[in-house]
Design a protein. Structure first.
Length: 126
C-alpha cells in the first residue's frame, strides 16, 4: 500500500460485532460480522451476509469490550462497500460525537493487533 492516502495508521484485528444494525433494523449474529481493521477515524468490517449498504447510510453496531463487561454502541457512516469472496466488506467512518467510544475501540483494536503480532513471533521461533 505504497500509495496510501489515509491520515491514520490502521491496526489489523479481528473483533466480533455483537449486534449489527442498519438504521435500527434487525440484528445479526455475532459470528457473522468482524471488524478487520481500525483507525482513529474508521473501521473496515466484513459481513458474512449481504445487506444494502450505500455510501452515506448511517450504520449502528455494538461491540463487546473483551477487557470489561460493557458493550460499546457505535455509529458511523458507510463510506464504501464491496463484495469479496461471498462476503461484504464495508468501510465505516466513525462519528465524531463520542471520543471516549472511539478511544475504547482503538484500545480494543490495538490490543488485538498486539496479540496477533505476538502470536506471529511465536510461530517463527524455532
Amino acid at each position: 500500500m505504497g500509495d496510501e492516502k489515509r491520515k491514520f495508521l490502521r491496526f489489523e484485528c479481528l473483533v466480533p460485532v455483537e449486534l449489527l444494525e442498519k438504521g435500527g433494523g434487525a440484528g445479526a449474529d455475532p459470528e457473522t460480522a468482524l471488524i478487520e481493521d481500525i483507525s482513529r477515524e474508521g473501521i473496515r468490517m466484513v459481513l458474512d451476509f449481504s445487506m444494502d449498504l450505500s455510501p452515506g447510510a448511517d450504520f449502528d453496531f455494538k461491540v463487546l469490550n473483551p477487557e470489561e463487561p460493557e458493550t460499546l454502541s457505535v455509529t458511523g457512516e458507510v463510506m464504501w462497500s464491496k463484495s469479496k469472496d461471498n462476503r461484504l466488506e464495508v468501510g465505516i467512518k466513525l462519528r465524531k460525537s463520542d471520543d471516549s467510544i472511539k478511544a475504547k475501540l482503538l484500545d480494543i483494536g490495538y490490543a488485538k493487533w498486539i496479540e496477533s503480532r505476538a502470536a506471529e513471533g511465536k510461530k517463527r521461533t524455532p
